[in-house]
Design a protein around this ligand. Structure first.
Ligand code: ZN
Length: 210
């Protein structure tokens, strides 16, 4: 599947799963020095490959009639720092709730390790600005996900599928935590408990054959 076709596919899924409403949210995927990105102001479930602009890593428009998403500078900054291959940004409900009320998402479930443990909330800055790009870059250091204060979430991956699944996991973790706060005081996993999970995943049980 071409990079642009992938954007159409995952754009549609993002809307279907309720991670994105209307035109809020944007996706990009990189190959070499080129980045295919969703266009500005278009509904993500109605994209066609031709609608998706291609920019180079310096931010010059290489192909496409429509303007790239206004968050493209943030995507490019993330590529520059992390060397990742795909970026997904949404305004999903529970991610935005956490990003509006907290400084970080604590690890309430061991699957948080798949995102790098604690998910930090990047300091607020106006959308599309170099300040926001810098804040996101800092919050993402060594991690697969970050939240953006009063805005939403961003995840990265070696493929668009991985970045997309990271966004689904981020939203699920935020939902568990937010709903947990409504029921009681969610327990936070300790460093020791998380280290034990890593140890366990490195040494899975083996089942001998009969
Ligand atoms: Zn946004």
């Amino acid at each position: 599947m071409s990079l642009r076709e992938q954007l159409c596919d995952y754009g549609r899924r993002a809307v279907e799963l309720g991670l994105v409403i209307g035109t809020s949210g944007n996706l990009s995927v990189r190959q070499g020095d080129l980045v295919a990105v969703t266009p500005s102001g278009a509904a993500l479930d109605r994209l066609t490959p031709e609608m998706c602009p291609i920019v180079d890593v310096e931010g010059y428009l290489v192909e496409g009639e429509l303007q790239p998403s206004s968050e493209t500078p943030m995507h490019l900054a993330v590529y520059e720092t992390t060397g990742t291959q795909a970026v997904v940004h949404t305004h999903s409900v529970f991610g935005t709730v956490v990003a509006t009320t907290m400084a970080e998402l604590p690890p309430v479930h061991y699957n948080a390790l798949l995102l790098g443990g604690v998910v930090k909330v990047a300091e607020y800055a106006t959308y599309g600005t170099p300040e926001l790009a810098a804040n996101v870059r800092a919050a993402l250091a060594g991690k697969q996900a970050a939240l953006m204060a009063n805005h939403g979430g961003v995840t990265i991956g070696a493929t668009l599928e991985q970045a997309f699944e990271a966004t689904r996991l981020l939203e699920w973790l935020c939902e568990v935590y937010v709903r947990g706060l409504g029921v009681g005081k969610p327990a936070i996993l300790t460093e020791e408990q998380l280290a034990a999970v890593v140890e366990r995943s490195l040494n899975p049980p083996s089942f001998p054959r009969r």
